[in-house]
Ligand binder design. Structure first.
Ligand SMILES: Nc1ncnc2c1ncn2[C@@H]1O[C@H](COP(=O)(O)OP(=O)(O)OP(=O)(O)O)[C@@H](O)[C@H]1O
Length: 603
C-alpha cells in the first residue's frame, strides 16, 4: 500500500509539568540559587552595608552604658565639670548614627538593584517560555491567569527577595552583635531575655504556613478577576447591545467580594504577627524592670548596665519583628516561585525532534492520512481524515460548522500533533521538520484578522520581517488595501490601534491578507479570509488572490460557497472526515453532501 508520506520517527510523548506539588521552600531556595545569585555582586555590596549597619547598631547599647556610667560619676559629690571622655562618647554615638544611616542607604540601593535585575530576567524568561511553549497551554488558560502571574507573582518575588536581602543579614547580624554586647554588660539579664523571646516565634511560624496556603488561593483568584475584567471591557459592545450591564456588574461584584474575603484572610494571619511579638516584648520589659530593681538593690548590677541592655533591646526589637514577619513573606515568595517555575519548567509537547530537518525549497504538496485528533479538553475534532492537495492546487474545505475545518489548519501549522495518522508536506510527516521552517513555508489568514498596536506598514511587514516599503505597498495593492491605507491620516504610518481597533473588520482582513501575500509562502491557508468584505471588495480581493495563489498550494475555508466555486477541488468535511471531493460541477452532479450545502445556502 502506498503510504504517500513517510513517518520519520514518532514524536516524543507529552511530558507533564514537572513543577507540580513542589514545596514553596524548595522553590524559593531554587529561585535564590538560579535567579538571585547570578547578581551576587549587588547582594554582596548590600550585605557589606548591612554588616556595617549592624555593627553600628550593636554598639549603641554599650555606648549608652558608658555614657550612663559617666553621668553617674558626674552626679557624684566630687564632680569638677564634664570630663573629655564623655564628650568623646557623645560624639561617637553621633558618628555611629551617621554611619548607620549611610550604610542603610547603600544596602537598600544595592539590594534593590540586584532584585530588580533578577526580576527582569524572570519576567522575560516567563514570557519566552509562554511564547515558545505549546499553543494548547496558551489557548486553554484564560489570558487573565497569565497576566496575573506576571503582575502578582512577580510582586511577591520582589518583596521576598528584598526582605530576605535587606532584613536577613541586617537582622541576624544586629541581633548577634546586640547579644554579644548584652552578654558583656549583664549576662544574667541576657539569659532571662533569651528564654522569653523564642516563645514569640512558635506562633509566628505556624501563622506563616497558613499565610502561604491562603496566599496561593488568593493569587489564583486574582487571575479570575483579571480575566473577568478584560473579558467585560472587551465585550462592552455586546454588553451594551444586549443590556447585560446588571449581569456583568453582578459577576464583577462577586469576584471583588471573593477577592476581598481571601485578602482579609491572608491579612488576618499577617496582622496577628506584630501583636504577638508586641505582647512578648511587653512581658519581657516588665520582667526586666522587676529583676533589675532587685539586683541593683543587691549590688549585682549597675544602672549603666540596665540602661545599656534596654538600649540594646530597643535596637534589636524592630529587627526581631522584621525577622518574625520574614517567614510569612518568604512563604508567599515561595508560593509565587512555585508558580513561576511551573511556567518555566513546562516541557512543550510540540517541539523540534533532535533529528528534525529544515523544510527546504518546499513544493507544497499536502496530505492528511487517516488523521485522528482530540483537543486537550476532550473535544473530538478529526475522526480519520484523508485528503491531499497537489503542489499549486487550490483546495476548498467546506462543511458544517464544527466539522473540523479550522482544526486542519491547526494541525498543518503543527500547533497540535495528531492523535494518530500523519500530516505530510511533500511526502514527509511534518513532525520530522523543524517548526520554524514549516511555518516559513505557510501563510495563514484567519477570520479574526489580528493586528498589533503598531503602524499599518509594520503590521503588514510582520509577514516577512525586513521587507522594504515598496514590497509592503505591492502586497497592500494585491490585497486591495492600498487605497484605503492612503486615505488614513498618516497613511502607511497610521497606527492600527490595540488589536487593530482603529480599522473596520474588512480593512483589518485586507491588512492580514497583505501580510500573507508579503510572506510569499508556497502554502497559503485562508480561513474565512474574505468573510468581512463587502461583495465588491471581495470580488476584487478574490481576483487578486486567484492570481497570487496560482503557483502555490492554497487551502480555502469559506462558508460562502460562491467563494469556493472556482477551486480546483472541493473537499467536503463532515464530522471530522472527508465525505466527498471533486470540482464544483462534479459535486453538483453527484447530488451528495455538497449539493445539499449549496441548496441550503441558496434557500
Ligand atoms: N481550541 C479548541 N479547544 C477545544 N475544542 C475545540 C477547539 N477548537 C475547536 N474545537 C472543537 O473541535 C471541533 C472542530 O472544530 P473546528 O473549529 O475545526 O470546526 P470548523 O469546521 O472550523 O467550524 P467553523 O466552520 O464553525 O469554524 C468542534 O467540535 C469544536 O468544538
Amino acid at each position: 500500500m502506498r503510504t504517500g508520506c513517510s513517518i520519520r520517527k514518532r514524536g516524543r510523548t507529552i511530558t507533564s509539568d514537572k513543577a507540580g506539588g513542589r514545596g514553596g521552600a524548595r522553590s524559593l531556595w531554587r529561585l535564590i540559587r538560579e535567579r538571585y545569585l547570578p547578581h551576587w555582586k549587588w547582594f554582596a555590596l548590600g550585605t557589606a552595608c548591612a554588616a556595617i549597619t549592624s555593627v553600628a547598631a550593636a554598639s549603641y547599647g554599650y555606648l549608652l552604658k558608658l555614657v550612663v556610667e559617666g553621668l553617674e560619676d558626674l552626679a557624684g559629690p566630687e564632680t569638677t565639670g564634664v570630663p573629655a571622655y564623655l564628650w568623646w562618647l557623645v560624639g561617637i554615638i553621633g558618628a555611629a548614627a551617621a554611619i548607620r544611616s549611610l550604610s542603610l542607604y547603600g544596602m537598600t540601593l544595592a539590594n534593590n538593584t540586584g532584585v530588580q535585575r533578577a526580576i527582569v530576567d524572570i519576567q522575560a524568561d516567563q514570557f519566552d517560555s509562554l511564547t515558545d511553549g505549546d499553543f494548547a497551554r496558551l489557548s486553554a488558560d484564560r489570558t487573565g491567569g497569565f497576566v496575573s502571574r506576571f503582575i502578582n507573582d512577580v510582586n511577591a518575588l520582589r518583596e521576598a527577595g528584598l526582605r530576605l536581602a535587606n532584613n536577613l543579614t541586617k537582622g541576624v547580624l544586629t541581633v548577634i552583635g546586640v547579644l554579644i554586647t548584652m552578654l558583656i554588660m549583664d549576662w544574667k539579664l541576657t539569659l532571662v531575655l533569651l528564654v522569653i523571646y523564642p516563645i514569640a516565634f512558635a506562633p509566628v511560624i505556624a501563622l506563616g504556613n497558613s499565610v502561604r496556603k491562603r496566599s496561593k488561593k488568593a493569587q489564583n483568584q486574582i487571575g479570575e478577576v483579571t480575566s473577568l475584567l478584560s473579558e467585560s471591557f472587551q465585550s462592552a459592545r455586546v454588553v451594551k447591545a444586549y443590556g447585560l450591564e446588571d449581569y456583568q456588574k453582578a459577576r464583577a461584584r462577586k469576584g471583588f467580594v471573593e477577592r476581598s474575603r481571601l485578602f482579609l484572610k491572608v491579612l488576618t494571619d499577617k496582622a496577628a504577627v506584630d501583636p504577638i511579638l508586641e505582647i512578648t516584648g511587653g512581658l519581657a520589659l516588665v520582667g526586666i524592670l522587676g529583676l533589675t530593681a532587685w539586683r541593683i538593690a543587691e549590688g549585682d548590677t549597675s544602672l549603666g548596665n540596665f540602661v545599656g541592655v534596654i538600649g540594646a533591646v530597643a535596637v534589636a526589637a524592630p529587627e526581631l519583628r522584621a525577622l518574625g514577619t520574614l517567614n510569612a513573606v518568604a512563604q508567599e515568595g515561595g508560593a509565587a516561585a512555585d508558580r513561576v517555575f511551573e511556567i518555566l519548567d513546562a516541557d512543550p509537547a510540540i517541539k523540534d525532534r533532535d533529528d528534525a530537518i529544515a523544510l527546504t525549497a518546499p513544493k507544497g504538496g499536502l496530505e492528511f492520512r487517516d488523521v485522528h485528533f482530540v483537543y486537550p479538553d476532550g473535544s473530538i475534532a478529526l475522526k480519520g481524515l484523508n485528503f491531499s492537495a497537489n503542489p499549486g492546487e487550490t483546495v476548498a474545505l467546506v462543511g458544517p460548522s464544527g466539522s473540523g475545518k479550522s482544526t486542519i489548519f491547526n494541525l498543518l501549522l503543527r500547533l497540535y500533533d495528531p492523535l494518530s495518522g500523519s500530516v505530510c508536506v511533500d511526502g514527509n510527516d511534518i513532525r520530522g521538520f523543524t517548526g520554524a521552517s514549516l511555518r516559513r513555508a505557510t501563510a495563514l489568514v484567519a477570520q479574526e484578522a489580528l493586528l498589533f498596536d503598531d503602524t499599518i506598514a509594520a503590521n503588514i511587514a510582520l509577514g516577512r520581517m525586513g521587507a522594504s516599503r515598496d514590497e509592503i505597498k505591492q502586497a497592500a495593492k494585491a490585497a486591495n488595501a492600498h487605497d484605503f491605507i492612503l486615505s488614513l491620516p498618516g497613511g502607511y504610518d497610521a497606527m492600527a490601534g490595540e488589536m487593530g481597533r482603529n480599522l473596520s473588520g474588512g480593512q483589518r482582513q485586507r491588512i492580514a491578507l497583505a501580510r500573507a501575500i508579503l510572506r510569499n509562502a508556497p502554502i497559503l491557508m485562508l480561513d474565512e479570509a474574505t468573510s468581512a468584505l463587502d461583495a465588491e471588495s471581495e470580488a476584487k480581493v478574490q481576483a487578486a488572490l486567484n492570481a497570487f495563489s496560482k503557483d502555490r498550494t492554497t487551502l480555502v475555508i469559506a462558508h460562502r460557497l460562491s467563494t469556493v466555486r472556482s477551486a480546483d477541488r472541493i473537499v467536503v468535511i463532515e464530522d471530522g472526515k472527508a465525505v466527498e471531493e471533486g470540482t464544483h460541477l462534479e459535486l453538483m452532479s453527484a447530488a451528495g453532501a455538497y449539493k445539499r450545502l449549496v441548496e441550503l445556502q441558496l434557500s
